[in-house]
Design a protein around this ligand. Sequence first.
Ligand code: HEC
Length: 177
Amino acid sequence: MNLEFNKIFASVLVALLCMQIFHLISENLISPTPLKQNILGIETGNEIPANAATPQETSEPIGKILSTASVANGEKIAKKCLQCHTFDKGAPHRTGPNLWGVVMNAVAHASDYIYSQAMKSHGGKWTYEALDAYLQKPREYIKGTKMSFVGLSNAQERADLIAYLSTLADSPAPLPQ
Ligand code: HEC
């Protein structure tokens, strides 16, 4: 009886020892590489894309909105600018410069208007994107601009307005595709 028990005990021990040894061997043979990302791609619904914008500033690329922009509506919105700007060719400057031909023109495009230092030294062109950013928050886009206009928060309104501005030229610049 005693001997029988010893045998059982010994075989269990041997079995355990073998398991331990096989485990050690197999662990060393196979070295799993952790996945860089979850290949199952389970949508949890609460992931925030890195480039997510805050809702009121969600700006679709202006080009996309411009393709469906309403020039007629833009002309109406442009009334907000009339207090300080003229739009007709050769019309005089007011508080702000005449805006004929401003789209795709140099920033500070009017040679006979006295711009702020900030606007003068900004450089670059009034591309559709630049105008979109400037008209959204003028004083943030060009810090120190003397254009005291709060900006237009509505992306569609800006696109309509910029589409209208782009018609104010002898040969209007094509809308971005
Ligand atoms: C309260 C007056 C005022 C209003 C309203 C205003 N602007 Fe201006 N705007 C200015 C002044 C002043 C400047 C010159 C800014 C500077 O030199 O920093 C300017 C400059 C600009 C420029 C740059 C012109 C250039 O030659 O580079 C653009 C474009 C422009 N305004 C567009 C608009 C549009 C579009 C609106 C209407 C939505 C508008 N502004 C409303 C005063 C105004």
